[in-house]
Ligand binder design. Structure first.
Ligand code: ASP
Ligand code: MG
Length: 419
């Protein structure tokens, strides 16, 4: 007998029929003799709809009230799944974020989980009841509802798996695993049987939407075994243990397997960044700090940063990227500090995409970046910014060139599946 946390995404929860299908998959896991907890997302599109209501109500919405609104999508699906399981003769109950509780900090709209009380959950699971938990939801130290940021249900699932010391956390989604790149862009994308936590972290953080970034770092930290699977398997499919999804593993586990691997594991495109440029910033100590300190205080993540070399006048241009969702706030904040920072013009562009190539193989091989630059140059694709880490190279390009860039890079790194 194993203890398994299953997570179902919004596409799997969209409507009565699909929820019934999910309930069938859950029921079979329980019938296989396992203790089961299920974490669910809101129905596909629902969170976007709720976010829009918030925007319409008040463009500068209070994040605490935003959380009250958007957390409701998961409340609906968790109740519906419990009802559906009951209709199939299973014992099941929902556990809302504030009921468990899932304790978070008070960073509304992007709260971090601090602790999950698992006593009630374990007792109920031990008694053969299926625990249904709405993802995304938490409770702040002030007793208010929080949410974990878009895509946060994955993190909820991993956190629950860590809290109940689950043998596995199966993430059921609308793709059947992690691919070398988005198969909707590149038909020749291949499914990866194994990917390391670190690679997944980079792929997730650069817009491969399979898992929320935080869920991967949490899984790595807590040593949770995560498997990505399709929820669109047919009824007679084998139990999840034998399904060919993607297993997320440690470096050691990967080395222990005799998998042939390419230098590059995957290519991701992230359209959620926006570029900000400040022109003629004084070139003196403290100038850059005066730009980024207020952004950090406002919890705005800055990613790529470029500072040009000052030429004659002791002035320089500074360019960086922020999440598109935070662009308006970032611009307002910088405009307010125009005098203090001392820049001349503030320019922004949200029609950009960050393309990243990722692979642990990069640690021991040179030339990955130059292949990328040359491949893009050959197609006349201009690079606006560059950043790198030990296992990743990212470039910022015009959003219109996203598909072309991903396709030519996929071929250049030898990732195309054999025809
Ligand atoms: N429903 C939330 C969202 O769309 C959380 C999730 O599905 O992971 O971001
Ligand atoms: Mg998701």
């Amino acid at each position: 007998m194993a203890r398994i946390v299953m997570k179902f995404g919004g596409t799997s929860m969209a409507g009565t029929e699909r929820i019934r299908r999910v309930a069938g998959i859950v029921k079979r896991q329980q019938e296989a003799g396992h203790e089961v907890a299920v974490v669910v997302s809101a129905m596909a599109g629902e969170t976007d709809r709720l976010v829009n209501f918030c925007r319409e109500a008040n463009a500068l919405y209070d994040p605490a009230e935003y959380d009250v609104v958007v957390a409701s999508g998961e409340q609906v699906t968790s109740g519906l799944l419990a009802l559906t399981l009951q209709a199939m003769g299973c014992k099941a109950r929902s556990w809302l974020g504030w009921q468990l509780p899932v304790k978070t900090d008070d960073a509304h709209a992007k709260a971090r989980i601090e602790d999950i009380d698992s006593d009630g959950l374990l007792a109920s699971m031990g008694a053969g009841e299926i625990a249904v938990i709405p993802g995304f939801q938490g409770l702040s130290p002030h007793g208010r509802v929080t949410t974990l940021g878009r895509g946060g249900s994955d993190t909820s699932a991993v956190a629950v798996a860590a809290a109940v010391k689950a043998d596995r956390c199966d993430i059921y989604t609308d793709v059947d695993g992690v691919y070398t790149t988005d198969p909707r862009i590149v038909a020749k994308a291949r499914k990866l049987p194994l990917v390391t936590y670190e690679e997944m972290l980079e792929l997730a953080s650069v817009g491969s939407k399979v898992l929320q970034t935080r869920s991967v770092s949490l899984a790595m930290k807590e040593g949770v075994r995560v498997q990505v699977l399709s929820s669109f398997i047919d009824e007679s499919a084998p139990p999840a243990d034998d399904l060919p999804g993607t297993m997320i593993v440690s470096d050691e586990e990967l080395e222990g397997s005799d998998m042939e691997r390419q230098l590059i594991t995957g290519i991701a495109a992230d359209k959620n960044e926006a570029k900000v440029t400040l022109t003629r910033v004084p070139d003196r100590p403290g100038a850059v700090a005066s730009i980024f300190a207020p952004l950090a205080e406002a919890n705005i993540n800055v990613d790529m940063i470029i500072q040009n070399v000052a030429k004659d006048k002791g002035e320089t241009d500074v360019t960086f990227t922020v999440p598109q969702a935070d662009l308006a706030r970032a611009l307002a904040m910088l405009e307010e500090r125009k005098e203090a920072i001392g820049f001349f013009r503030l320019i922004s562009d949200d029609h950009v995409t960050k393309i990243s190539v990722v692979g642990v193989g990069m640690r021991s091989h040179a030339g990955v970046a130059s292949t990328m630059f040359k491949t893009l140059a050959d197609r006349g694709i201009n690079i606006q910014a560059i950043s790198t880490s030990e296992i990743k190279v990212s470039v910022l390009i015009n959003a219109d060139e996203t598909e072309l860039a991903v396709r030519v890079l996929h071929t250049a790194y030898g990732l195309d599946a054999a025809a």
